[in-house]
Design a protein around this ligand. Structure first.
Ligand SMILES: NC(=O)c1ccc[n+]([C@@H]2O[C@H](COP(=O)([O-])OP(=O)(O)OC[C@H]3O[C@@H](n4cnc5c(N)ncnc54)[C@H](O)[C@@H]3O)[C@@H](O)[C@H]2O)c1
Length: 338
């Protein structure tokens, strides 16, 4: 099985590569990644010298380069993790989100169509369904109600994938995972940020008191879900991948502090993010019917994640910019600077 993993040097992609090479002796993996601030070869250090692994630096928006790489590698399947992913950044600077998550996806679809790639799996997100506060969990055919430039760009990428199936019969499958957590997640995201700040006894800022609900899924459980869909999913279909583990952000932070033996007095409420969705929630019958279930209990996954960050300071230390320990939210800083 030859798998081209676009965006495979990021958090979820690198964990998926590790899963594939660990599980399938006959797997051959090519990671195609632009190495933005979020993509790092350090995420792939334990597989980098494996004979079955290759890395190519490239942008999914660069059709010529993609074409060349796909022609020579001849993948059985392309999995697309490549994306701009941080909601806060999308509020401050939306352009890169449109360039990669919309235009980049378009170029990838075009190349896959022209080269008749046998299968493309595109990684979307639960955020395309928008805020589910007063609504039931979304099923795959619910309408999109994105709130942020990030989720709007992801929803647009999904629509292009659907159109390429309907119009050209490009065999594309869409996965919509809930919030993933685990090793190698960039320190700007809630769980690693909380672990690292707690380790330094720094205040843990929580938007609007932390009442927003998210559904958490261990990244290796997601890798299994993706594997299941690659093998048993139907082209043209979308599959939600819930974690069946809803928690408020406050509960998540409290659990981390308890497991690390740190006091809850570190928690600091800060002004809420503009357009902040209060809840994401999805139904999961469709993926469950393919035989997948998440296996990792929340406290086990969280404990392992904390242990990984505590044991791998070499990985995260160089990523902490001057602003990492700042007390202000990005909007407070921006307002103060005019
Ligand atoms: N992390 C989550 O909780 C979560 C939840 C739902 C969906 N998703 C989606 O899953 C995918 C992966 O998320 P992640 O958390 O691993 O992201 P990440 O930010 O850790 O990694 C993204 C990767 O994509 C690469 N990349 C960015 N632009 C590129 C381009 N134009 N061409 C090639 N490579 C490019 C980056 O270098 C990086 O390696 C994203 O599409 C995201 O929208 C993530």
């Amino acid at each position: 099985m030859r798998v081209l993993v676009a965006g495979g040097a990021g958090f979820m992609g690198s964990n998926f590569v590790r899963y594939l090479l660990g599980r399938y002796p006959d797997a051959e993996v090519l990671v195609y990644d632009k190495l933005t601030y979020a993509g790092r070869l350090d995420n792939l250090r334990d597989v980098y010298w494996d004979k079955r692994f290759r890395f190519v630096l490239g942008d999914i928006g660069d059709e010529e380069r993609l074409m060349e790489v796909i022609k020579s590698f001849e993948p059985d399947v392309i999995v697309n993790f490549a994306g701009e992913t941080h909601v806060d950044r999308s509020i401050n600077e939306p352009a890169p989100f449109l360039e990669t998550n919309v235009v980049g996806v378009f170029h990838l679809l075009e190349v896959a169509r022209r080269l008749e790639v046998p299968r493309l799996v595109h990684i979307s997100t639960d955020e395309v369904y928008g805020d589910r506060w007063n609504l039931p969990p979304a099923s795959e055919d619910d309408c999109f109600r994105p709130s942020s430039p990030y989720s709007a760009s992801k929803a647009s990428g999904d629509l292009l994938c659907q159109a390429y199936w309907r119009t050209y019969r490009l065999p594309v499958i869409i996965l919509r995972p809930s919030n993933n957590y685990g090793p190698y997640q960039y320190p700007e995201k809630l769980i690693p940020r909380t672990i690292i700040r707690a380790l330094h006894d720094k205040p843990i800022p929580l938007y609007g008191g932390g009442w927003q609900k998210r559904d958490w899924l261990y990244v290796m459980d997601f890798a299994e879900a993706l594997d299941t869909v690659m093998r048993r999913g139907s082209p043209g279909e979308a599959y939600n991948v819930p974690g069946f583990n809803e928690k408020t952000n406050l509960e998540v932070v409290r659990d981390i502090l308890r497991l690390m033996g740190k006091p809850e007095t570190l928690i600091k409420t800060v002004e809420d993010r503009p357009g902040h969705d209060r809840r994401y929630a999805m139904r999961g019958e469709k993926i469950l019917s393919l035989g997948w279930r998440p296996k990792t209990p929340w406290h086990k996954g969280l404990r392992e994640t904390i242990e990984w960050y505590l044991g791998n300071e070499w990985w995260w230390r160089p990523l902490l910019g001057d602003e990492f320990f700042a007390e202000d939210t990005p909007w407070e800083t921006r307002r103060q600077n005019g």
